[in-house]
Design a protein around this ligand. Structure first.
Ligand code: NAD
Length: 294
């Protein structure tokens, strides 16, 4: 039987991608969306899984996907030079820099080299800065996905009491700013927070991005609250089998929460759809800036 407390990330993904497809198709005759370039530095099976998911999302949205694997020993200078060339290519709508990168590559410097109008992952410091000014069109994908899932519950975000657990640059902090832009009252907790449960128990919605399996138990959630689990952890069961789990004890929390996102199948699929939404937003911004004029 379908459990209505579990939010189906795949369904949210499909709804978003279907809407995007219509917009992308409508642009085809006048100003078609350029390609989305994925850069992996060196081969990595772990990265390849993400890239496959993104490629599928791009096909569904009707956006051309260009998967590039650059040599593992590419120099920082050459990688930067190639990124600048992509910035200057009119047929490139957006650039994704897959992580992790080899140790000799300075990832933040490369992220900063991606032009803000092509920064579909929302990782350039300029993009993060825009969020502070409530300009949220190119937000980091995972953070925007968490907000989209919270919105899918139908809860009014204005005035909502949200506790964000985790304060990283790419997830926790952007989630807090995106929700503030929606009018939510946000408390941010982290590893130095004194009594985590005291904060989480009074929240209408709890968003968790820590990276610790089973950090959040049923006694930490207010009955009826929404729980968005961003964590990805690999755990090994007693029988030696490994599986992926989030930061929330889903089975237990499901009994008290009003809504909860499963892991896998919650935030992950929606993140891919947001990446495509960002690609379209980037394309529209390039149009507005006159970059695509003939
Ligand atoms: P990070 O390591 O950069 O940050 C972890 C955060 O958790 C920090 O703010 C830290 O203060 C906080 N923290 C650590 N222990 C804590 C505790 N006991 N109580 C409260 N807070 C605590 O991690 P990140 O990059 O933000 O990623 C967090 C998790 O989200 C990871 O599991 C990661 O794999 C996952 N993630 C998922 C996606 C996705 O698409 N679903 C994307 C990015 C990250």
């Amino acid at each position: 039987m379908k459990d209505h407390r579990l939010i189906n990330g795949k369904e949210v993904q499909q709804r978003l991608l279907t809407g995007l497809r219509a917009e992308v198709d409508a642009l085809a005759a006048t100003c078609p969306v350029g390609r989305l370039v994925s850069i992996s530095i060196g081969p990595s099976p772990e990265v390849a899984v993400y890239v496959r998911g993104q490629a599928r999302g791009a096909v569904a949205a009707g956006i051309p996907f260009d998967e590039q694997v650059w040599p593992a020993d590419i120099s920082q200078e050459e990688a930067k030079r190639r990124i600048v060339a992509l910035n200057d290519s009119r047929d490139v709508a957006g650039i994704i820099l897959q992580r992790p990168v080899p140790a000799h590559i300075h990832v933040r410097s490369l992220q900063s080299a991606i032009h803000p109008l092509k920064d579909v992952e929302g990782m350039n410091p300029a993009s993060i800065g825009n969020i502070v000014y409530n300009d949220v069109a190119l937000a980091p994908c995972t953070a925007a996905a968490a907000v989209e899932l919270l919105r899918s519950t139908g809860l009014e975000l204005k005035g909502l009491e949200v506790v964000m657990i985790g304060h990283s640059e790419i997830v926790g902090k952007p989630v807090a700013f995106l929700l503030m832009a929606e009018g939510a009252t946000v408390t941010v907790c982290h590893h130095m927070t004194r009594n985590l449960a005291m904060h989480s128990r009074r929240a209408d919605a709890v968003v968790v991005a820590v990276g610790k399996a089973h950090l959040i138990g049923a006694d930490m959630i207010k009955p009826g609250a929404a729980v968005i689990d961003i964590g990805i952890n690999q755990v090994t069961d007693a029988d030696g089998k490994t599986r992926i789990t989030g930061d929330v004890d889903t089975e237990a929390v499901k009994e008290v929460a009003g809504w909860i996102t499963p892991v896998p199948g919650g935030v992950g699929p929606v993140t891919v759809a947001i990446l495509m939404r960002n690609a379209l937003a980037a394309h529209r911004r390039q149009m507005a800036a006159g970059w695509l004029d003939h």
